[in-house]
Design a protein around this ligand. Structure first.
Ligand SMILES: Cc1ncc(COP(=O)(O)O)c(C=O)c1O
Length: 396
């Protein structure tokens, strides 16, 4: 059996999405900016896709949704754009973010620091989230932007985005949220949560890779990252990825339709998996079930290197992860586990299991069986684990 439990890394393209995209590769392949029929025949599908994106985020007509190549681009654009517009020649010099952002935010902030920007990386608590009040305390009259993720990619923990957005409004500071791990898993309603910028990526919600977006509230100015042929109203140049946009629009429509299913059926399967795995001695999960996206578990299995567990799982046909796919080629410990203050040996034991609407109970039962066997095998040969009862369960 093959079981895919790495949906926070990327997801399967929904066959409905794929079918919708197909004609735009082989039949209607024109450049939408061309004046001939090949160009214009792409327009209805592009409009439908954009309508789905606006509806999915509950955005206003005055807001911009600009298509990018991925969320890494969207995050880079916001941070570098803010540097250009408000810091470079202005009187601001400060950005606030968290210590558990995805590398697409983290590495960009580190880069901006080399240009003289002051960045505050807010510390997370033992559940891996920040308190909204920490943002308020960190804001100064030099703060140009607050950037806080909607949901964490490793733990699934949801951040207090509504409260943070209210604080930013009150203080007159721009607010960006990386919502890559939230869309399709929890409601992202921009009429209820007032953000200035929001990043997202189609391949995380059963759309294609290579296409993402940046929501920009009420056409807020933001200097372009890609200059060129003035596509997307001059905000982001480059020939439109028609099939990708069509796919992302359809994926967003389905994400909205499946939200209740995600909250009930996917969550039920995730909770079942979690409960069964927590029956294994000396395991713990970061954050509570209700405060996380319904599909994610970050579990620590004491005494077992995450990579060793992945090896056993992979041999049995199960795909999981030790954390962010972008950082998973090195054997470093899980950065979120480190941030929450896990002991050094525990930070190496992280196993991330992330489900989707395509997983079945049969697959989850098989996974439980395989993990139980792997734990027995790996603990028996582990030099750091002993079944001695003296081990204290509090762990953290
Ligand atoms: C929270 C978060 N932000 C950004 C990204 C980057 O997305 P993309 O692959 O579209 O560049 C990811 C991907 O793992 C993510 O989980």
């Amino acid at each position: 059996m093959r079981v895919y439990l790495d949906n926070n890394a990327t997801t399967k393209v929904d066959p409905i999405v794929f079918k919708k995209m197909e004609p735009y590769f082989v039949k209607m392949y024109g450049n939408p900016n061309s004046l001939h029929q090949y160009g214009s025949e792409t327009h209805p599908a592009l409009k439908e896709a954009m309508d789905n994106l606006y509806a999915g985020l509950n955005a206003n007509d005055e807001d911009d949704i600009i298509i990018t190549s991925c969320a890494t681009e969207s995050n880079n654009w916001v941070l570098k754009g803010i540097y250009h517009d408000h810091i470079h020649n202005g009187d601001k010099n400060h950005i606030i973010t968290t210590e558990v952002e995805h590398p697409a935010v983290m590495a960009t902030c580190k880069f901006l620091e080399t240009l003289g920007v002051e960045v505050t990386y807010l510390k997370v608590n033992e559940k891996g989230v920040i308190e909204a009040s920490a943002v308020e305390d960190a804001i100064t009259d030099k703060t140009a932007l607050v950037s806080v993720m909607w949901a964490n990619n490793e733990t699934g923990m949801l951040f207090p985005i509504k409260e943070i957005s209210e604080i930013c409004k009150k203080k007159g500071v721009l607010f960006h949220s990386d919502a890559v791990q939230a869309i399709g898993k929890v409601e992202v309603n921009l009429k209820e949560v007032d953000v200035d910028f929001l990043s997202f990526s189609a391949h995380k919600f059963h759309g294609p890779k290579g296409v993402g977006g940046l929501y920009i509230k009420e056409s807020q100015p933001l200097t372009s990252l890609l200059h060129g042929g003035e596509h997307m109203g001059g905000r982001r140049s480059g020939t439109l990825n028609v099939a990708g946009i069509v796919g992302m629009g359809e994926a967003m429509k389905l994400a909205v339709e499946y939200l209740d299913f995600e909250k009930s059926n996917v969550k039920k399967l995730r909770d079942y998996l979690e409960d069964e795995l927590l029956k294994i001695e000396d395991t713990f999960v970061v954050g509570t079930k209700e405060e996380r996206t319904p599909n994610t578990i970050l579990i620590s299995v004491r005494g077992i290197e995450g990579e060793a567990m992945l090896w056993d799982l992979n041999k049995a046909g199960i795909a999981a992860s030790t954390g962010s796919a972008c950082a998973s080629e090195d054997l470093e410990s899980n950065p979120v586990m480190e941030a929450i203050g896990a002991e050094a040996d525990l930070a190496h034991t992280a196993l991330r299991l992330s489900l989707s609407r395509f997983n079945t109970k049969e697959e989850i039962d098989y996974t439980i069986e395989v993990i139980n066997k792997a734990v027995k095998r790996l603990r028996a040969i582990s030099s750091t684990y002993s079944y001695a009862p003296s081990w204290h369960k509090s762990g953290l």
